[in-house]
Each structure stands twice: as structure tokens, then as C-alpha cells.
Design a protein. Structure first.
Lengths: 171, 152
């Protein structure tokens, strides 16, 4: 049996992973060395986290802008609360919708409760696609707006793991 | 950028999942019928072109900690400065300008909700602008990468 990582090693490992896997033949050996563990322990922990659902996916994380997907639209809709799950599920399955979330309204500043992301290479194509989606799902009459991005100031992975000092200070 | 065939296959095949084993790159190379060295070069080229941000896990934020989508309505002449202030936080990952009265949109992640609140409060104090705070309530589709062909 392989010994589990300590809490501190787990936290260190999560921080390392947020920055990506080392690109060497044996990346988990490299991570194990960084956190003072054996690679079998690291792989076991990865498997465990994977089964627990801590990872949405493990693989290549791409920057869609550099790949030519420069037309990035956020479609927001004001959907009656009783219908939002139904509309969300339908739009979430629609082609070309990368992401579909329900979020709270903040009245009076913000009335929209359903958010969809649609990425494409050309703005006109994305606009036409959104029009088609709205028409197909009979959503034209709902208040909605399309917010195209004009500049990416920052794009990287989420930093969820607290810095160790912050955790251990309370420990 | 112009993608060669190996880059395209690599992207299509390995955005959604890669082997969890001691030598994942070797296994990926075997599947793609190239050498591990060729695969590494390909990854490096994608990274240098800015197309690859990293290889590894994307965390499920509902399990990994807390996260919210925030927006600020920034006067045009202050946009660059406020955007830079927002981007300073390591907890901010995406930070975009969008065409709207609320023209700066960013995602804040952290170990717990209190941590996010502290950042939003600090930003409000520093900028005099009140952020919209829009945490996810339900996910109908999560981002699983995208196809190089296809829609739209």
C-alpha cells in the first residue's frame, strides 16, 4: 500500500498543478521531488482527486484567441425563473455554446440570469449563429444582450489553493 | 497561427483527457504515432505561439474552492488603469474588456467565498466602482475545450 500525502504536500501539489504539469518525460516524478514525496504517492493522489471530481478535465488548456478564435461573445438573457433550467439545458446542448450558466440578477443594475459563451473566428459568423440559436429556441422575445470581448487583459488558470502561509498560520 | 497536422491531432485528441500515468507524454506520442521528442517540440511550439497556456488539470471550481464572475462599469479613460489593478490579483484569471456599460469582466477564484468578498471589497475601495458579483447558480454546460472545426 502506498502512503497518502500529508495535508501540506497535498496543498503544495495543488498549487503546482494550477501552473500546469512539467513537460518532462516523467512529470509526476518532478512534482514528487518538488513536494518531497514519491511519484507513486503523487499518482495515487491524482487518481483519487480525479475520481472525486476535483478536475473538470485533464489535458491541453488552450488559448482560443491565439488559435484564431478572436470573436468571443457572451450572450445574456433575462429568463423567467420558472423557465431558466429548461432554457439553460436546451442552450447548453446547442452546438457552438461553450459554456452555459445561471447566475443571479442584481436589480436594478443587472437583470440577466442566463449566460452563454459563443466563440468563433469571425464576429459576423458568431452574430449570425446567436441569431439562429435565439430563433430556433423561440427566445427572440426575451430581453437579451450580446457582449463581445474587445481585449483580453489576462487569461490563465484559476488559483484556488490558498498560499500555505495563510493555512498554516491558523494551524 | 498555422497548425500542422500533428498539432491539430494533439489538440483534438487531448483537450478533454490525457493518460494519468508515470509517462503520459510517451503514451500520447504512441497514440499519435510520433516520437515523444516530436510531441514535446509540438507542445513547445504551441506554447511559444501563445496557443497553449498549460498541460494539466482544469479544476472544478465548485469542488476546488469558490469562484465568481464580476463586472465593473469603468469610465473609458480609466479602463486600462483599473484593468491593470484587477489583473494584479493572482486570484483573477480571466479579465476581459467587453462592449457594454459594464465594460470590464473578470473571474475571481479562491479557497472560499470570504476570500473573494475581500478582493471585491478592496477593489471597490480602491476604484470607487461597485462590482457586480455574479457567482454561478447552475451549470448547464461547462467548458470542455473546443473544436478546431465545427460551430460557428
Amino acid at each position: 500500500m502506498i502512503a497518502p500525502l500529508t495535508q501540506e504536500q497535498m496543498l503544495d501539489l495543488r498549487q503546482c498543478l494550477e501552473r500546469g504539469l512539467p513537460r518532462v518525460s516523467r512529470p509526476y516524478d518532478a512534482l514528487a521531488e518538488q513536494i518531497g514525496a514519491h511519484h507513486d504517492q503523487v499518482l495515487q493522489q491524482m487518481q483519487h482527486w480525479h475520481e472525486q471530481g476535483l478536475f473538470r478535465r485533464v489535458g491541453l488548456v488552450l488559448n482560443h484567441r491565439a488559435l484564431g478564435f478572436v470573436a468571443n461573445a457572451m450572450l445574456v438573457l433575462d429568463v423567467p425563473d420558472a423557465l431558466v433550467d429548461n432554457v439553460g439545458q436546451r442552450l447548453g446542448r446547442a452546438p457552438g455554446v461553450n459554456l452555459c450558466y445561471q447566475r443571479p440578477r442584481r436589480l436594478p443594475q443587472w437583470r440577466y440570469n442566463l449566460f452563454c459563451m459563443v466563440h468563433g473566428r469571425e464576429r459576423a459568423v458568431v452574430e449570425a449563429h446567436i441569431e439562429t440559436l435565439l430563433a430556433e429556441h423561440l427566445l427572440n422575445d426575451l430581453p437579451h444582450q450580446v457582449l463581445f470581448s474587445t481585449h483580453a487583459f489576462k487569461q490563465c488558470g484559476g488559483r484556488f489553493a490558498p498560499p500555505p502561509s495563510q493555512v498554516w498560520a491558523h494551524g | 497561427m498555422d497548425l500542422d497536422r500533428l498539432s491539430q491531432h494533439l489538440i483534438e485528441r487531448y483537450q478533454h483527457g490525457m493518460p494519468l500515468c508515470a509517462e503520459p507524454y510517451r503514451e500520447m506520442a504512441q497514440v499519435l504515432k510520433c516520437s515523444e521528442a516530436e510531441l514535446m517540440t509540438c507542445l513547445q511550439r504551441l506554447e511559444l505561439a501563445g496557443a497553449l497556456s498549460r498541460v494539466g488539470p482544469v479544476f472544478e471550481h465548485t469542488r476546488a474552492g469558490a469562484s465568481t464572475l464580476a463586472a465593473l462599469a469603468v469610465p473609458a479613460e480609466r479602463l486600462e488603469q483599473v484593468a491593470a489593478r484587477v489583473s494584479q490579483y493572482p486570484e483573477v484569471n480571466h479579465n476581459y474588456a467587453r462592449e457594454h456599460h459594464y465594460n470590464l469582466w473578470f473571474v475571481v477564484t479562491g479557497p472560499h467565498r470570504q476570500h473573494l468578498q475581500q478582493i471585491l471589497d478592496e477593489l471597490e475601495q480602491d476604484t470607487g466602482l461597485t462590482p457586480l458579483d455574479l457567482p454561478m447558480l447552475s451549470a448547464y454546460r461547462i467548458d470542455l475545450g473546443f473544436s478546431l472545426g465545427g460551430h460557428p
